[in-house]
Design a protein around this ligand. Structure first.
Ligand SMILES: [Fe+2]
Length: 236
């Protein structure tokens, strides 16, 4: 029988609260060269506008779904489309509201990179925590900077996701500066900063012992919109 050794990245998340990795190392495969990755990346061209920004911003596009994973039979399924809710104590800007985002498309759920990533994360987190069932929030986010306006990945400021673990995976970024991720301890003292610049690079962090924030992105050339495409997945 194969020994159950947790992947180093997840051990580091438990021990240090956060880790930088990339999709190839995480899944132990040449994901970035695969057709599935290319198709997944291209699905960011089909996201709905987030109409719920209380700052009036039109700079975020998002598709969203909720999933569940059971480690015992390695099963993963998408729940019926539902609203997303955060209490105002977790999100002062947009909390307290049932937010209906555009649904994640079926072909994205069935994409082999998505399937492998979610099952890998679910099973690795199970090995380390003993939790056998994971509820999952899955967001395809695009932040845009255009017409001289910055785009804000964290419009609510320094915050928590209100979950146990999150991954931020960079799908694409072009014509922007900024978007630096910082993780803080519970006294809101910064403990780690990193800017995701390489396609497939990711940050995995434990949400309960930390806060986090990503700085605004700013367009470099004024001739074309700047963008930062991120997959966010939360486990709880
Ligand atoms: Fe967050």
């Amino acid at each position: 029988m194969e020994a159950v050794v947790p992947k180093k990245q997840f051990v580091d998340v438990i021990n240090n609260f956060c880790v930088v990795s990339n999709i190839d190392d995480l899944l132990g495969d040449s994901v970035l060269d695969s057709l599935s990755w290319k198709v997944f990346k291209e699905s960011w061209s089909d996201l709905g506008l987030d109409e719920y920004m209380n700052d009036g911003g039109k700079y975020r596009k998002r598709n969203f779904c909720k999933l569940r994973y059971h480690v015992e039979d390695d099963s993963l399924w998408m729940k019926e489309h539902d609203f997303y809710f955060q209490p105002p104590s977790v999100n002062a800007l947009n909390g307290g509201l049932e937010r209906w985002f555009s649904p994640v498309k079926g072909e994205v759920f069935y994409n082999s990179v998505v399937n492998t990533l979610l099952k890998t994360m679910g099973s690795e987190l199970s090995k380390l925590t003993g939790q056998k069932t994971w509820d999952i929030n899955f967001y395809q986010n695009r932040i845009i900077s255009e017409l001289g306006e910055a785009g804000k990945p964290s419009p609510e400021g320094i915050h928590k996701d209100g979950v146990k673990f999150s991954i931020l995976l960079l799908m694409d970024r072009s014509n922007v500066t900024g978007g630096e991720n910082t993780i803080f301890d519970l006294d809101k003292k910064p403990i780690f900063s990193h800017t995701l610049t390489q396609e497939g690079e990711c940050i995995i962090f434990a949400d309960e012992p930390t806060y986090h924030f990503a700085s605004p992105i700013e367009q470099i050339s004024p001739d074309v919109a700047g963008k930062r495409d991120i997959l966010v997945v939360e486990f709880y």
